[in-house]
Design a binder for this molecule. Structure first.
Ligand code: G6P
Length: 489
């Protein structure tokens, strides 16, 4: 019976995410140059075993003319990508507005926007309308490319309205939805004016996944308390129809990082870094420049550590890589100035004519430079105020087989549930506690570092992005098949 439903040929997987894993630059009227991002998540999603994957999403550029759109579509097809074209107004209202100014802060417990409440409330409606419209545009593209038997996997908070749009097109479509951010407590979610509509739409999916069990539990509570539905151990039930809800913690392609450390360029770069910071312990932060990452709090904790430990002042350096992101959203602009101001003040306070305690970079590093940096680091500081999972912590651990450095990790990052036993867990809001944990990390005995590292390294090696993607997709496939069998009985 199973084989009837599961075709012999490779099944197709349609991955739908707001962003395509490419950066596209226009070279002429009908020519584009494309660079595909080579991250672990991308190769995991495009490389799910026994599936032939396509990726549907926004290319991150405005292409108002048909000639440009056709050329880009053609160029992307070679990379197994299919574009959704969003105009500037939609991007403004849907992406900058509803996604990144409303849902993102709310899901990370930073609440709804509070200044000028009336203006926010008014723009809220138009942003929500644009959000639904954008989701419908994604659905149109999926529907156009869908073939019977395909599995459709929707990603993240940008596309909460998509499962419903897809099922409205075709109730037989196998639809999964995965959230890469936290799902907050139902008490937070219920402040959102469109709370019910979004929940109902997500519930149209067959399988709903989160990084941690807590996020899954919060989602089920939101459905029971806000919609009055029944939560079961398997998920949420609405008039006899079950939406499965479960935790699928993501990982990284750890081998890619481990292999990189053997590349001559990386070895050379590590040597240069070691010389550059000789005699000093290296502390590292790598974050997108985002409110949720707690960068100001982290830097203030480092300042407190220097304040209280004069003997360490010329023996430690903090390298903070802060990758600019969502630069059109005003909260992010404010954060950039705030971080620059704090870093400048602390360097002025504790720096000398020849060295400063904090090196702050407002840009990303290439993969090899990043690996070298991870490998020479003594203490990594991942102190997000909230974070769905946080893979920087995984990447750091993967690169630390030789050094066995210490990971200071926020208890509010999803990764705390998997790497908590090896890391020093902290409350990132408590600057005194984080400052103390810096001292603890710098003074930790080699035996204890080894023990903690062993635990985390084992986890990072055995829970990969590949395994995550395969587990989700096969469960989605099976969930639908089981449901079909139940109905046919
Ligand atoms: C988070 C989200 C992703 C998003 C990424 C970068 O990790 O969960 O969906 O792609 O941030 O943000 P951006 O807005 O640049 O796509």
């Amino acid at each position: 019976e199973r084989q009837e439903v599961r075709p012999y040929n490779r099944q197709r997987l349609l991955v739908v995410a707001n962003r395509l894993p490419v950066s596209a630059v226009r070279r002429g009227e009908d020519s584009w140059s494309l660079e595909i991002s080579a991250g672990g998540l991308v190769s995991a999603l495009l490389g799910v075993k026994e599936f032939e994957a396509r990726w549907i999403g926004w290319a991150g550029v405005n292409v108002p003319d048909e000639v440009g759109q056709k050329a880009l579509t053609k160029a992307l097809a070679e990379k197994r990508c299919i574009p959704v074209f969003l105009d500037e107004e939609i991007v403004h209202q849907y992406y900058n507005g509803y996604c990144n100014n409303i849902l993102w802060p709310l899901f990370h417990y930073l609440g709804l926007p509070q200044e000028d409440r009336l203006a926010t409330t008014r723009s809220f409606q138009s942003q929500f309308t644009a959000y639904k419209k954008a989701n419908q545009m994604f659905a149109d593209v999926v529907n156009e490319h869908y073939e019977e038997g395909d599995v459709v996997w929707c990603h993240d908070y940008h596309l909460m309205f998509l499962p419903k749009c897809l099922k409205d097109y075709n109730s037989k479509m196998k639809v999964g939805w995965f959230l890469h951010t936290p799902f907050p407590s139902s008490e937070i979610h219920r402040t959102l004016p469109s709370r019910s509509e979004l929940l109902r739409s997500v519930l149209a999916a067959d399988l709903v996944g989160f990084h941690t069990y807590d996020y899954a539990r919060h989602f089920v509570s939101a459905c029971t308390r806000i919609l009055g539905l029944e939560g079961t151990p398997e998920g949420v039930e609405d008039q006899g129809r079950l939406t499965r809800v479960a935790a699928f913690p993501i990982g990284i392609d750890s081998e890619r990082f481990i292999r990189a450390l053997e590349v001559p360029d990386v070895i050379q770069h590590m040597k240069e870094l070691k010389e550059r910071f000789a005699g000093r312990k290296v502390m590292l932060g790598v974050d997108r420049l985002d409110m949720i990452k707690g960068i100001p709090q982290k830097i203030l904790a480092f300042e407190k550590f220097l304040e209280e430990n004069a003997s360490w002042r010329d023996k430690v350096v903090l390298l903070q890589i802060a990758v600019p992101t969502r630069t059109d959203v005003s909260e992010y602009q404010k954060l950039t100035s705030q971080v620059h101001e704090i870093v400048g003040r602390i360097n002025g306070r504790f720096g000398t004519l020849t060295q400063v305690p904090i090196h702050h970079l407002d840009r990303s590093l290439d993969f090899y430079a990043l690996c070298a940096l991870y490998a020479v680091t003594d203490v990594a500081l991942v102190t997000s105020l909230r974070d769905g999972m946080n893979l920087v912590s995984y990447e750091f651990v993967a690169c630390q087989e030789a050094k066995k450095g210490v990971l200071i990790l926020s208890e509010f990052a999803g990764a705390a549930q998997s790497l908590g036993a090896g890391a020093i867990l902290v409350n990132p809001w408590n600057i005194t506690e984080v400052a103390a944990s810096i001292g603890q990390a710098l003074n930790m005995s080699p035996e204890e570092r080894e023990k903690r590292h062993r635990h985390n390294f084992h986890h990072v090696k055995t829970h990969t992005a590949q395994e995550w993607a395969e587990t989700f997709v096969s469960e989605l496939n099976d969930t639908v098949i089981e449901a079909q069998l139940r109905i046919s009985k």
